[in-house]
Design a protein around this ligand. Structure first.
Ligand SMILES: Cc1cc2nc3c(=O)[nH]c(=O)nc-3n(C[C@H](O)[C@H](O)[C@H](O)COP(=O)(O)OP(=O)(O)OC[C@H]3O[C@@H](n4cnc5c(N)ncnc54)[C@H](O)[C@@H]3O)c2cc1C
Ligand SMILES: *[C@@H]1O[C@H](CO)[C@@H](O)[C@H](O)[C@H]1NC(C)=O
Ligand SMILES: *[C@@H]1O[C@H](CO)[C@@H](O)[C@H](O)[C@H]1NC(C)=O
Ligand SMILES: *[C@@H]1O[C@H](CO)[C@@H](O)[C@H](O)[C@H]1NC(C)=O
Ligand SMILES: *[C@@H]1O[C@H](CO)[C@@H](O)[C@H](O)[C@H]1NC(C)=O
Ligand SMILES: *[C@@H]1O[C@H](CO)[C@@H](O)[C@H](O)[C@H]1NC(C)=O
Ligand SMILES: *[C@@H]1O[C@H](CO)[C@@H](O)[C@H](O)[C@H]1NC(C)=O
Ligand SMILES: *[C@@H]1O[C@H](CO)[C@@H](O)[C@H](O)[C@H]1NC(C)=O
Ligand SMILES: *[C@@H]1O[C@H](CO)[C@@H](O)[C@H](O)[C@H]1NC(C)=O
Ligand SMILES: *[C@@H]1O[C@H](CO)[C@@H](O)[C@H](O)[C@H]1NC(C)=O
Ligand SMILES: *[C@@H]1O[C@H](CO)[C@@H](O)[C@H](O)[C@H]1NC(C)=O
Ligand SMILES: *[C@@H]1O[C@H](CO)[C@@H](O)[C@H](O)[C@H]1NC(C)=O
Ligand SMILES: *[C@@H]1O[C@H](CO)[C@@H](O)[C@H](O)[C@H]1NC(C)=O
Length: 666
């Protein structure tokens, strides 16, 4: 039995005022004006809001399109319900679809996103993994000598990620059964987001690391400290004191004392940012327009300092475009007045494309317990179980000594698969720069390029293994085709456009001792061509779209500079998953908390006296290679001893087939 969380300073526009649990006074209406207005009360938005409101001399408002989620409290809170009673079916999900994907059987692929306070952190799968040092170094290298670039060094960004986190080690029995290894020093221990492990596990979770070790993917020595390769049982956003989901609302909003300077308005759908256009090269945001009644009426709230866009990888570029900031052609086709031309808005979209193979098996899975109504089904500890065994597999582990020739073939593909020339030279240059650095400093480095996930919670009690491409060379875009800001933007991830998104076969075991019949895709799929065909029809999103308001120099199609300021706008920043210019080898929560914590530090530093100059955006990308990490340099020399025999086989689109190491050895 769980008691409902009460809301604090949340105001549900158009609805009854939510009862107040503690210190905060409810405000029945918001003020006319705030210093900072944050658009989107999702994962990043509530993080930025909570931190900015720590300065009591500033007023802060968050506008969130979704509700507060309290009517779904138990489903949000209970980790295992992310599989068994998912919020996808509720109004807490935007329920987007991509446009038909021409390299994936023309499918319109489903893209859930959180529409509630907490955003996607309220409805997601709770994995709390970390990008690698190589990922972050590549990001920073793309910034060149831009003012503020130092903030995005690994050390600085790692500190920002840790700041959000409070790590709790697993119990001895869970650690032993699941074979969990950890290093507390690589985690934060003072932050508001609880990072721990489920209170229930299964023997087969413990077989994961050993199975991978048998094929040369060793247990990760330091997965949370920057060495993002190898196998591990990851942390999850679980509060171990009561086995509930820890997300941006419970971490950054509910515990706040009432300081009288912070309001959060739910059910407030932002339609546009209003600008003073008297300086056409440097527009000043003066107000934010929103609706609480599905567009029947709109209201505005004035701002005295800044707007921070935290509406996510889909929402943030869409709001910029609806406000007149974006690619000229897109805005003119949509019938929106162009106020500030910025070709990169919505471009550089990268997502982790993924697919799952499943097997019948001889063990009791989490799915068996739930779907077969076993006694543990309502046990609080069982309901804290979510899948957490992961592995990040690097190119050396996949290709052995062929890494360099693979790198060459990827580099050779870049020109051919660059974005449509109608998108502008900047966007094309950005695509090339991102792919170049990905091939040179991530592909040819120890950093994982494929993520494997152990799925013990599938329907039918099957065991699944998901493989997800972490660094796609196919980039897509978000754009609008309407002048009505309530219309959904168009999502085109352009999956599998560049055939370099591929890899080859693997095989090995001990987990395979527990697997019986391959249930999906099944024995009909075995040749390379059959795998490609299957993948086109079966693969989907890992829910990690990023980079649509990319931090890059302007000439690479950048949207924000290293201080998160949108080019051409005096006082609008972006802080959410749309900012990293390069896809990261990780689930995106830790990096998104990192972006949000960094944003708050930069903004508070600026208004509390640290000088800041807006970058002109004219700095060039330093792709000189001089900053290659020691790890990247060592990449040339290492090849796992027992991978050689698995390096035969043609290159496939079906990087997914890496997981066959288990199935094929039956
Ligand atoms: C189903 C699913 C499973 C996932 N699993 C994991 C996982 O296990 N681990 C992990 O690390 N990551 C996972 N992710 C990814 C991760 O949750 C997201 O990348 C991250 O939370 C994005 O944070 P954000 O702040 O950028 O966006 P969000 O958290 O999505 O926040 C954006 C907010 O803006 C609001 N908004 C949008 N438009 C408007 C508007 N016009 N007006 C007002 N408000 C608006 C939205 O309603 C939303 O609340 C998953 C994501 C999904 C969807
Ligand atoms: C916002 O500011 C404008 C002037 O800049 C003023 O006319 C308007 O009344 C203000 N709106 C509110 C809601 O205070
Ligand atoms: C605002 O408050 C912060 C601390 O909360 C302080 O560092 C800063 O100097 C204050 N700024 C002004 C302008 O008073
Ligand atoms: C960002 O970088 C500036 C110097 O460029 C530094 O003064 C500031 O402290 C950094 N901010 C954070 C949050 O690290
Ligand atoms: C961190 O977790 C520990 C339990 O491991 C708990 O006692 C402590 O209160 C938590 N701290 C924060 C800031 O949440
Ligand atoms: C790649 O991954 C393997 C297995 O996790 C690891 O042993 C190796 O050190 C990593 N780095 C390189 C360059 O192969
Ligand atoms: C779980 O515990 C946290 C603090 O430890 C608390 O804020 C939250 O309300 C609790 N959740 C439930 C459902 O009891
Ligand atoms: C909002 O209005 C649109 C038409 O403009 C309508 O299609 C949609 O169903 C409405 N949504 C809600 C929640 O009322
Ligand atoms: C899966 O295995 C169980 C026994 O463990 C068996 O009853 C069932 O028929 C099998 N299903 C399939 C699809 O092979
Ligand atoms: C490029 O975009 C234009 C305009 O959207 C379209 O007409 C053309 O077909 C596209 N070209 C390619 C190669 O996709
Ligand atoms: C599962 O695999 C493990 C390790 O290979 C083995 O010890 C165990 O007997 C198997 N369990 C079942 C039920 O097949
Ligand atoms: C834009 O205007 C703001 C203040 O209104 C100023 O601080 C900033 O330097 C200007 N940016 C540019 C690039 O001119
Ligand atoms: C690719 O990156 C390398 C160094 O990492 C650099 O020397 C080269 O100029 C880059 N090429 C392009 C086309 O950006």
């Amino acid at each position: 039995m769980r008691c409902s969380l009460s809301a604090s300073q949340i105001i549900s526009a158009g609805l009854a005022i939510v009862p107040v649990a503690h210190a905060l006074s409810p405000r029945t209406e918001i003020s006319d004006s705030y210093d900072f207005v944050i658009i989107g009360g999702g994962q990043a938005g509530l993080t930025v809001g909570g931190r900015l409101a720590e300065d009591t001399n500033h007023t802060v408002l968050v506008l969130e399109a979704g509700g507060n989620g309290d009517e779904y409290r138990e489903r949000i809170d209970t980790p295992a319900y992310s599989y068994y009673d998912s919020l996808w079916t509720t109004p807490l999900n935007w329920k987007y679809y991509t446009v038909p994907q021409s390299n994936a059987d023309d499918r319109e692929i489903y893209w859930p996103r959180g529409k509630v306070l907490g955003g996607s952190s309220a409805i997601n799968g709770l994995y709390l993994t970390r990008p690698g040092e190589g990922d972050i170094t590549a990001w920073k290298d793309l910034l060149g000598d831009m003012d503020g670039a130092e903030n995005w060094s690994w050390d600085s960004f790692y500190a920002a990620m840790k700041k959000s986190e409070n790590f709790t080690a697993p119990s001895d029995s869970i650690a032993e059964e699941a074979d969990i290894h950890w290093d507390t020093s690589t985690h934060g221990t003072q932050g508001p987001i609880q990072a721990s492990y489920p209170g229930y596990t299964f023997p087969q979770v413990g077989y994961w690391s050993e199975s991978l070790e048998n094929i040369g993917i060793s247990i990760s020595a330091d997965m949370y400290g920057g060495d993002n390769w190898g196998a591990e049982v990851s942390t999850s956003c679980i509060n171990p004191s009561n086995w509930t989901r820890s997300y941006s609302r419970t971490g950054y909003l509910d515990p706040l004392p009432d300081r009288g300077n912070y309001d959060v308005l739910a059910n407030a759908y932002v339609t546009r940012i209003v600008f003073d256009t008297s300086n056409a090269d440097n527009l000043t945001a003066t107000a934010v327009e929103y609706t609480t009644d599905n567009g029947t009426t709109t209201s505005t709230v004035n701002i005295t300092k800044e707007v921070i866009l935290s509406a996510g990888s889909i929402g943030s570029p869409a709001i910029l475009m609806y406000s007149g900031v974006g690619p000229k052609d897109v805005l003119s086709d949509a019938g929106i007045d162009l106020l500030s031309e910025l070709p990169g808005v919505g471009q550089h979209l990268q997502d982790h494309f993924s697919a799952t193979l499943t097997w019948n098996n001889s063990v009791t899975t989490s799915g068996d317990i739930y779907y077969e109504d076993e006694t543990d089904k309502d046990n609080e500890l069982y309901l804290s179980y979510i899948d957490d065994a992961v592995a990040y597999v690097n190119a050396t582990a996949i290709y052995g000594s062929d890494v360099s020739s693979m790198e060459s073939s990827i580099l050779a593909s870049i020109d051919q698969y660059a974005p449509n020339s109608t998108y502008g030279d900047e966007v094309i240059a950005g695509y090339k720069a991102i792919c170049n650095i990905t091939a040179k400093k991530i592909f040819n480095s120890p950093t994982g390029i494929i993520e494997l996930l152990f799925m013990n919670s599938d329907a039918n009690g099957d065991i699944g293994i998901t493989a997800a491409l972490q660094h796609p060379y196919s980039h897509g875009r978000i754009y609008i085709n309407s002048s009505n800001p309530l219309d959904y933007p168009v999502i085109d991830p352009n999956y599998l456009y560049n055939p370099a998104d591929g890899t080859q076969h693997w095989r090995s075991n001990p987990l395979s001792n527990n697997l019986t019949v391959e249930t999906a895709p099944g024995s009909d799929v075995s040749t390379d061509d059959e795998w490609v065909t299957w993948l086109r029809g079966a693969a989907s999103t890992e829910f990690h779209p990023s980079s649509t308001c990319a931090m890059l120099p302007l000439e690479l199609g950048g949207v924000v500079d290293a201080n998160l300021l949108v080019y051409g706008l005096a006082n609008v920043r972006v802080a959410d998953a749309s900012v990293p210019p390069i896809s990261l080898s990780t689930h995106l929560m830790s990096s998104t908390y990192g972006v949000a914590e960094m944003a708050a530090s930069i903004i508070r530093g600026f208004y509390n006296g640290v000088p800041l100059t807006q970058s002109s955006g004219s700095s060039t990308s330093s792709s000189s290679g001089s900053t290659a990490t020691a790890a990247a340099k060592s990449a040339q020399t290492v090849a796992p001893s027992n991978s050689a025999s698995s390096n035969q086989g043609a290159l496939l689109y079906s990087w997914i087939s890496i997981v066959l190491f288990i199935g094929l050895s039956l």
